[in-house]
Design a protein around this ligand. Structure first.
Ligand code: CP3
Length: 354
């Protein structure tokens, strides 16, 4: 597909992705994939070396724009997602953040009231100027029917990295912190709610058509903790963002929240609910889809595995959600070892041409 700036380039999108967020259903569902830009693409690996660190890459508008557009060119997805990372928010609050190659993120762990006091009282939007420039550039290069999705991490998920200082398998350090230092955590969460509102508002200003809030680690919390640290802050974030920007289109993706998914869908105020891999599509079609449009939820490992099993499950997901608004996606991000041909196979299947 051709992706180029120039005459006719639109400032806002109006294609099937946006219509689905408005609750409409027409034909095949729109399609994009979480982490659709990244290491599984040879053209991404080729440009990745042009910046030293991953953060340098995210803060280089030319490279980040290119990375955002690569999967649109190759697959013609209905939405592009800004190429950046959720950890640019702690960075713009003054925390040290770096990415060691192959190791994931590394932050100066936040453990004490003193560490919290050293953060800025408000997000430094100037430090994020290259991200907003990327949003502007991408929007100007996309066809009108292709939406641009901005994003942030949910307060709990971002806090969990700020506290642990690294990726962990179960967010043990942040969960322990929640029990030992609930007041400190509340202050950090409040700061992140406000920072996220500022950040998403500015992404809309620069041309994002919708935003997604990633609560990737919501499911690490027991129910009562999830209500306090996961659902409540996300609900407040959405409410405050809408006060500034009434028409803001918002998707919430809270991973592994099981029994609280319905409460989230009913109360958080998002336009669509992202479903993770563990959710049964038939159950969600009956329970969640009547409340809000749904997005999801193919297992990224099945996309990696490919074969006829992939087609079978894609068909099952399409059939389950055929009666209402649905955005086809994975249940979590694409894995780096995923063969590009499998993504092509998925795209053809969802579009009804293979
Ligand atoms: O294509 C897209 O989806 C847009 C880009 C995007 C990235 N990260 C790029 C990235 C998005 C939306 C994210 C969100 C993100 N970042 C989340 C939430 C979604 C999820 O995956 O649960 C989280 C938890 C992070 C934090 C993060 N960033 C981790 C734990 C890691 C290391 C693990 C890994 O995959 O390497 C990153 C690094 C990162 N973010 C990479 C990319 C492409 C890999 C960096 C590289 O190329 O070396």
């Amino acid at each position: 597909m051709e992706v180029s700036p120039g005459p006719g380039a639109a400032q806002t999108a109006e294609g099937p992705f946006i219509q689905t967020l408005a609750g409409q259903r027409a034909g095949r569902p729109p399609l994009w994939l979480m982490r659709q830009a990244g290491r599984y693409l040879p053209e991404y690996r080729e440009i990745r070396g042009k910046a030293q660190s991953f953060l340098d890459f995210c803060f280089n508008p030319q490279l980040a724009t290119e990375a955002t557009l690569q999967p649109i060119r190759r697959f013609g997805f209905d939405a592009a997602i800004l190429f950046s990372d959720i950890l640019v928010v702690p960075y713009a609050l003054g925390q040290e953040v770096s990415f060691e190659s192959g190791e994931g993120p590394s932050l100066a762990p936040l453990q004490t009231a003193h560490d919290l006091a050293r953060l800025a009282a408000r997000l430094d939007l100037g430090r994020l100027a290259p991200v907003f420039e990327t949003v502007e550039r991408v929007r100007a290069s996309l066809p009108r029917a292709t939406a641009l999705i901005g994003f942030c991490g949910a307060p709990w998920t971002v806090a969990s990295y700020m506290i642990a200082g690294r990726a962990t398998s179960d967010q043990h350090p942040a969960r322990l912190f929640a029990y030992r230092e609930p007041e400190l955590l509340q202050r950090l969460i409040d700061l992140l709610v406000e920072a996220s509102v500022d950040y998403l508002d500015r992404q809309f200003e620069a041309g994002a058509d919708a935003v997604q809030i990633f609560d990737s680690w919501a499911g690490a919390l027991p129910a009562a903790e999830l209500a306090r640290w996961g659902l409540a802050p996300v609900t407040r974030l959405i409410r405050d963002l809408r006060l500034r920007r009434p028409g803001a289109r918002i998707i919430v993706f809270s991973r592994v929240v099981s029994s609280q998914l319905l409460e989230l869908a009913g109360t958080c105020g998002a336009d669509a609910i992202g479903l993770d891999t563990i959710v049964d599509p038939d159950w969600a079609a009956g329970a969640v889809q009547p409340i809000a449009p749904v997005q999801g939820n193919l297992d990224p490992l099945l996309l990696l595995a490919g074969g006829r099993g992939l087609d079978t499950v894609v068909d099952r997901i399409l059939a389950a959600f055929a009666g209402g608004p649905h955005i086809f996606n994975l249940g979590h991000g694409i894995l780096p070892d995923t063969p590009v041909e499998n993504v092509q196979q998925l795209v053809r299947r969802v579009r009804g041409s293979g």
